[in-house]
Write a protein that binds this ligand. Structure first.
Ligand code: ZN
Length: 169
């Protein structure tokens, strides 16, 4: 299995890390590249990269050095991106909806769409299940497309309705 590790981050908590390794090996039974989702073929063996996030260590297969780097880079940045994501997904919408309550202007609702869309574009991680099903690369692409659609809907509604306000009736 995948116990090749020089990985002794928390080797003292042997029970915990044992559990972690178990979930890891369950998840990566199929040697699919975590980035591009290509299946390992007979003449090349995929290696694994270990990523620690939220006290859990996971091992991910990769097909090439390039994709290993992409996986590492994404998870390195994901902590910061997640913070910005929550800003756009929760904080800004709450502010905008408060403005809606105060000013009673529907335009703030359309800005919530825009804010959600920007948040998803910044951090297009659509959840572990999606990543498992599509690979990281496709998930991020799909997320960005969804985010962009939300932004476009929000901007369109904002422009159409905002325009109406300034039109003399
Ligand atoms: Zn790959």
């Amino acid at each position: 299995m995948t116990q090749d590790s020089e990985f002794n981050n928390s080797s003292t908590q042997s029970l915990d890390s044992q559990e972690n390794v178990d979930t890891t090996s369950n998840e990566t039974l199929e040697p699919l590249c975590h980035w591009c989702h290509q299946l390992e073929d007979e003449n090349e063996q995929f290696s694994q990269v270990k990523i620690t996030k939220e006290d859990q260590t996971r091992a991910y297969y990769y097909c090439s050095k390039e994709h290993e780097q992409k996986i590492i880079r994404f998870y390195n940045y994901s902590k910061i991106l997640r913070v910005i994501y929550f800003l756009f997904i929760i904080i800004f919408p709450v502010i905008l909806l408060t403005c809606l309550a105060i000013f009673g202007n529907l335009l703030f609702v359309f800005l919530v769409f825009v804010s959600l869309g920007i948040g998803i574009i910044i951090f297009p991680y659509l959840g572990e299940k999606t990543v498992k099903g599509l690979g990281l690369k496709n998930t991020l692409t799909l997320g960005r497309v969804l985010g962009l659609v939300l932004v476009l809907i929000g901007v369109t509604l904002f422009v159409i309705n905002g325009w109406r306000i300034f039109l003399p009736n």
